[in-house]
Design a protein around this ligand. Structure first.
Ligand code: 13P
Ligand code: SF4
Length: 304
């Protein structure tokens, strides 16, 4: 089958089977084209709770599908490729954070949404890269334990110097491996381009950026900007999507190290097989996990 034949089948089947497809912006172009909703992790979590369909396929990684299940427990939520995890979400578990919480009893525990549902059950507030600064400002406590990403945590802490942040040494191994030499090389190659980076990059890389934001933030900025050339400091799929959206502008990868194998794991055929009901995993969480994890996601929606 060709790509367009598979896409037509997916579109036909999803209508017949009352399926809504959500796709994170890091997914392949051919997947985004058949999705009902696309965007960053915050937007998708809100879209999941509002979608009228009984069945939701989350084309992205496991923590995103778990977030959909927490927000819409009565719905069937599927992850097309069960192997699509997130290296950052897998770094910290409930046992570790319970121990650390005991060391900092007066701190509000803020969890980046890139965490497991199990870990969210013991956290106070969830944030995404697009909502972290706003939410941390609004939290009624000056002491914040920010997990797991120390780069995003450092970025947020610098915007709110009046608060006291404790960070742990976790983060996204893909974004964290970009260094200032990569930036120097890219700026030498493309001296007229603006540098747009995700806050999961290290502080020294973030300090050199013209704009710092979530995947949607980067896309919105580039689309609306009068500038014509950009270096994109996040997963390489974003440069590709932007190039389709704005063919008259130029988009360059900051470095080819910015390839997330987990986000690349899901193919259009995985999605097709999931829509057909012959592949993928239904996300099942017990009632207590859903209730406890929902508290910190509800708090994110309330404050964000
Ligand atoms: P966003 O919150 O920008 O969607 O990022 C999710 C992610 O996994 C970034 O690596
Ligand atoms: Fe996780 Fe990093 Fe991949 Fe995002 S880019 S899904 S944080 S491993």
């Amino acid at each position: 089958m060709t790509i367009s034949e598979i896409q037509s089948e997916i579109i036909k089947l999803k209508k017949e089977k009352d399926i809504c497809i959500l796709a994170h912006s890091y997914q392949a172009r051919e997947i985004l084209e058949v999705a009902d909703y696309t965007g960053d992790s915050y937007k998708l979590s809100v879209d999941a709770s509002k979608a009228p369909n009984n069945n939701i396929i989350m084309s992205g990684v496991r923590f995103m599908a778990e977030t959909c299940k927490i927000l819409a427990p009565q719905k069937h939520i599927y992850l097309p490729n069960p192997g699509a995890g997130c290296s950052m979400a897998d770094q910290m578990d409930k046992q570790l954070i319970s121990q650390i919480k005991k060391m900092y009893p007066d701190y509000t525990v803020v969890a980046y949404i890139n965490t497991t549902a199990d870990l969210k059950t013991i956290c106070d507030v969830c944030v995404t890269s697009s909502s972290a600064v706003e939410i941390c400002k609004k939290i009624d406590n000056d002491n914040i334990l920010f997990i797991p990403d120390c780069n995003l945590g450092d970025y947020v802490a610098k915007q709110i110097p009046e608060k006291n942040f404790k960070l742990l040494s976790g983060g996204c191994p893909i974004h964290a491996c970009v260094n200032t030499d990569d930036v120097k090389k890219a700026k030498e190659l493309y001296p007229n381009a603006e540098l747009l980076v995700h806050p999961e990059c290290t502080p020294d890389v973030v300090a050199l950026a013209d704009y710092v934001g979530s995947t949607s933030g980067i896309m919105d900025y580039a689309v609306k900007s009068d500038k014509k050339e950009f270096i994109i400091g996040t997963e390489i799929s974003i440069s590709e999507h932007l190039q389709y959206m704005c063919p008259d502008k130029k988009f360059h990868y900051l470095t080819l190290k910015l390839i997330c194998p987990n986000m690349k794991a899901t193919t259009l055929v995985d999605l097709y097989n999931c829509v057909k009901g012959v592949a993928g995993e239904e996300i099942l969480l017990d009632d207590k996990t859903i209730t406890d994890a929902k508290k910190c996601i509800d708090e994110m929606i309330r404050l964000g």
